[in-house]
Design a protein around this ligand. Structure first.
Ligand code: FCB
Length: 441
């Protein structure tokens, strides 16, 4: 890797990210059942019907894992808190073991000089709340607020930043319209409600944490650059609808208190009554904005009901997720976010990375492709900085190979290889390259 720490501003943070269900091992420590367990148990949803029961067993191996984060020279560690580990029924009596685990984990970060970057929801909704309609039910904003209060009363004094909900598009649209994530619905009314309630819950959690006197509060959005597949007006419109649903709905709601008209055209008839009155709570001031960026999409019109669009396969080199590699999209989003939505607010790239095969050969994993991917995206972060965008940090997804949702354990995103039979960790070449870039060693 040619770039190193000195190529970035002195206060620029480097980190790596994970999430609870993907690494912890949900069978351990008294965690409650989640809708991802239900989704995975339903044939056809997840490759080999795999779930997060054991995952990387981070629940027992977190000390070793945090040693790896610290040894690589990272400044911060982005992790998430499982709602069902803290409140197995989603509400009511907390699981003491769960609270103690996040307490130990936070202290273990601080002991190693790592800044804790917490996320409150990275997708494992307690099944007991799914029974009540989950994200379709407006009450989820209050359930989420109560969970936030429970965990932040315990950790809030030691956490650097808190993000509310990881990637609201995945929670709402992927889970309720496309059916590709739990709860696996394909229903426009459910989707419209989830699109709104996910931001209402975000707003309620911010209100609760402000009430506890906390700052460092933000939101994490996954953005996908939308290109028209050809020069036709129809393709431009399809790309604009995709951009609206994927990106602008959430940024507009949170930073302007407004949903884009291009999306309301399709969703307004399905929205919960009185949604307009919630926009103030949804758009409370934040302290930072997080962007997760992986790829772009090419869009064309399609017959059939709104949003009447289809994805077209692009020609750029692709990762093992079949996602095109398009670092310029990150630059575009950093500039657009600052100029249209967040102004001077600090922006963090809270996830960026790639999946590949990564089999160890003679105890080593030579993932040069990942080094090139990270370096290309970091180069665009530098371009954004040079153009005055207040980017304050960059987190690699992910520390470990882990449970990649509906793709199971096949798609390896880690800087560190995990053997899912023995759970042995092997740092890949990309880990060593980043370590050299960050520590000079
Ligand atoms: C993001 C998710 C993360 C992981 C990466 C590859 O959308 O936040 O959990 O699945 O994609």
């Amino acid at each position: 890797m040619q770039l190193n720490r000195k190529d970035f501003p002195e206060d620029f943070l480097f980190g790596t990210a994970t999430s609870s269900y993907q690494i912890e091992g949900h069978a351990f420590g008294g965690a409650g059942r989640t809708h991802w367990d239900d989704y995975a148990d339903t044939p056809g949803n997840v490759v080999r019907a795999e779930n997060g029961a054991t995952a990387c067993d981070h629940y027992h191996r977190y000390a070793e894992d945090l040693d790896l984060v610290a040894a690589a020279g990272f400044d911060a560690y982005r992790f998430s808190i499982s709602w069902a580990r803290v409140l197995p029924e989603g509400r009511g009596t907390p699981n003491r073991e769960g609270l103690d685990f996040y307490d130990r984990l936070t202290d273990a970060m601080l002991e190693r000089g790592l800044k804790p970057y917490a996320t409150l929801y990275h997708w494992e909704l307690p099944s007991a709340l799914a029974d009540l309609g989950g994200w379709r039910n407006r009450d989820i904003a209050h359930w989420f607020g109560d969970f936030t209060e429970t965990i932040m009363r315990r950790l809030g004094d030691r956490i650097d930043t808190v993000a509310t909900i990881n990637e609201p598009w995945c929670v709402a649209w992927l889970g309720h319209f496309l059916g590709g994530h739990a709860p696996g619905l394909r229903d426009i009314r459910a989707a419209a409600r989830a699109m709104h309630h996910v931001l209402l819950a975000h707003g309620r959690a911010i209100e609760v944490m402000r009430g506890l006197g906390m700052d460092g509060l933000g939101g994490v959005f996954n953005l996908e650059w939308a290109h028209p597949a050809d020069d036709s007006e129809e393709a431009y419109e399809a790309a604009a609808r995709y951009d609206g649903i994927y990106n602008r709905w959430f940024m507009g709601g949170v930073f302007k208190g407004q949903y884009p008209d291009i999306v309301l055209e399709g969703l307004a008839p399905h929205m919960p009554e009185g949604w307009q009155d919630d926009m103030g709570l949804i758009s409370q001031p934040l302290d930072w904005c997080g962007i997760n960026y992986y790829t772009r999409k090419l869009l064309a019109p399609a017959k059939g009901p709104w949003p009447s669009l289809q994805e077209v396969r692009g020609i750029l080199p692709k990762t093992y997720m079949d996602w095109e590699i398009y670092p310029e999209g990150l630059l575009n989003f950093l500039e657009r976010t600052a100029s249209e939505y967040t102004g001077d607010l600090p922006i963090y790239v809270t996830e960026n990375g790639m999946a590949s095969h990564d089999d160890p050969v003679a105890g080593e994993v030579q993932d040069e492709h990942r080094i090139a991917f990270i370096e290309a995206h970091l180069a665009d972060v530098r371009r954004a900085l040079a153009r005055g965008v207040p980017v304050k940090g960059y987190f690699v997804w992910s520390l470990l190979d882990n449970y990649e949702w509906s793709f199971g354990y096949d798609k390896r995103f880690g800087l560190v290889h995990v053997d899912f039979d023995t759970l042995a960790r092997t740092p890949k070449a990309s880990y060593h390259a980043l370590k050299r870039a960050l520590t000079g060693e």
